[in-house]
Design a protein around this ligand. Structure first.
Ligand code: MSP
Length: 501
């Protein structure tokens, strides 16, 4: 039995409705979770919302709500999004959950007992949007001469009493860990970025706040709430039973992978492993940082440019399978990439509807009409065997090898090449012509195609679960010599909505 597989996404700030980047991360993680389950692994998959901190407190104040009220309302939208997108999470964690408070206090106590905290005074720059402290030397200048974080967000000068974590003591242990575990940070470009940041030296980290109270209160430190990133990162161990341990903990920790976006690499690849080392908790096996989705033309999405893609509009207009397939296929995972409705419609029509959907629909219709609905045996001619060999190599080797290393688009490309090979085979064999001249051969050709479609649908299942399952069900209805049900298209053609005047 292969090792259990614990997979997490970043937990989102529920200060607004989910955007396409959140949908992207949830879908990618779900594709991996479904894929690993199909490989026979025992998967635990966690996602959720990050509800404390100044950013949430300020968003709530702006909307005239209590932070807890805003968090509850918006968190529900993230749950609804996951459910709408067929995301098969095992737990949706909210950092306001009771067990999470307990885990936060426990990791705090463990680090304290290690002697890694000291009381001091933070004086420096803080970005509320990133919930991050920055060094003066990291800041850049905005268009109006104002100071901005490396992420381009506003920073404010902050002075307050604070607990500090001895992050500087972990510089060498982190470098050693990364050197000894080349897959710990992926893709490699992100690992290199982390290594050079580490080599430039680490400063101790402020890990409590005293100027507001929306957070986990610190055990024994009146007026201090835990820095929101220490709180948020701890969700990964809360979800599997920290600090009590138990079956889940024994089975699933350390996590197989934390999937995150490229903007939060520092928190996951430096702060989090340092906290874990200090608390004597094993480190996750991997942190994988995906790229960011950009608007059409490769421009960063922003409300002011009006190019923000609404995920809900996408799945309501085009369907969940189409959105999932498009996002996994369009952008090389790990890199940034532009997305938009036109690109979605073009790609989904070409690849899912016309190439694969139509192949299945044509084949099953011909079997339904011309073979009394009974799926014939595959042929034994060299072309038949060559096609099935190609299909099996793509569906059971190339796609799985690619998916296993998060290369979704490359995996789907190999899958698509096999779909094209099936379509070329149909054109050459012309079963509709064989119907009159050689019905036995027609039956072999249709049987070969049915035998090819089955593993192709199975391979597609993690990405486009509803349509792929519909094809598998249609094939299954013909098991044991039963006639198959009259087929209906599993991947309909899409159309862009009429241009609004
Ligand atoms: N709350 C923190 C994460 C804490 S994890 C312990 C956070 N939240 S977030 O809501 O800002 O982002 C959640 C995830 O969405 C992050 O992994 C982030 O990279 C990802 N994305 C945000 N915008 C994105 C795109 N435009 N494209 C792809 N992913 C994007 O950070």
């Amino acid at each position: 039995m292969s090792k259990p597989y614990y997979l997490t996404t970043a937990i989102s700030y529920p200060n607004g409705a989910p955007h396409i980047g959140h949908a992207y991360e949830a879908i990618a993680a779900d594709v991996m979770a479904r894929f690993q389950r199909a490989q026979g692994r025992d998967v635990y998959f966690q996602t959720g919302t990050d509800e404390h901190g100044l950013k949430m407190a300020q968003a709530a104040r702006d909307q005239g709500m209590a932070p807890g009220e805003l968090a509850a309302k918006m968190s529900q939208l993230f749950i609804d999004m996951c459910d709408a997108l067929d995301v098969t999470y095992d737990r949706f964690i909210r950092t306001t959950d009771e067990d999470h408070h307990k885990a936060c206090q426990a990791i705090w106590t463990a680090i304290e007992e290690k002697g890694d905290f000291y009381l001091g005074r933070y004086e420096g720059w803080y970005s509320v949007r990133d919930e991050a402290f920055y060094d003066e030397k990291e800041l850049k200048e905005g268009e109006g001469g104002e100071k901005l974080s490396p992420e381009g967000t506003p920073v404010e000068w902050t002075v307050e009493e604070s607990w500090f974590f001895k992050l500087s003591a972990y510089q060498q242990p982190l470098l050693d860990h990364i050197a000894a575990n080349p897959d710990f940070i992926q893709p490699t470009s992100r690992r290199n970025e982390v290594v050079s940041f580490l080599e430039s030296g680490l400063r101790d980290l402020s890990v409590s706040r005293t100027s507001f109270d929306w957070g986990v209160p610190l055990p024994g430190s009146e007026g201090h709430v835990m820095y929101v990133w220490l709180d948020a990162l701890t969700n990964y161990i809360t979800g599997v039973g920290y600090p009590d341990g138990g079956d889940k903990w024994d089975k699933y920790w350390p996590a197989a992978c934390h999937l995150i976006g490229k903007d939060i690499v520092r928190f996951h690849c430096i702060y989090w492993p340092a906290f874990l080392m200090s608390a004597d908790i094993a480190l996750p096996e991997q942190v994988y940082a995906h790229g960011h989705l950009l608007g059409e033309g490769g421009i960063k999405m922003s409300k002011s440019l009006g190019n923000v893609v609404d995920p809900k509009q996408m799945w309501e207009r085009y369907g969940v399978d189409a959105l999932r397939y498009f996002l996994m296929r369009e952008v090389t995972f790990g890199q940034d990439g532009a997305v938009g409705e036109e690109a979605l419609v073009t790609r989904v029509n070409a690849e899912l509807a016309n190439s694969f959907g139509n192949l299945a629909q044509r084949t099953l219709s011909m079997i339904h009409k011309n073979c009394d609905g009974v799926i014939p045996a595959a042929g034994n001619a060299s072309e038949d065997k060559a096609l099935l060999d190609d299909v099996m190599a793509a569906a059971t080797q190339k796609l799985p090898e690619a998916f296993d290393r998060w290369a979704f688009s490359a995996g789907l490309e190999a899958w698509l090449a096999a779909v094209y090979a099936c379509n070329a085979y149909v054109d050459t064999m012309a079963p509709w012509a064989l119907k009159k001249t050689d019905p036995d051969r027609m039956a072999e050709v249709l049987g070969t195609l049915a035998a090819a479609i089955q593993p192709l649908a199975l391979a597609l299942l993690p990405v486009a679960p509803t349509g792929a399952q519909a094809i598998l069900d249609q094939l299954k209805s013909g098991e044991g010599g039963q006639p198959i049900d009259k087929p209906t298209p599993a991947f309909p053609r899409l159309e862009l909505p009429e241009q609004e005047a």
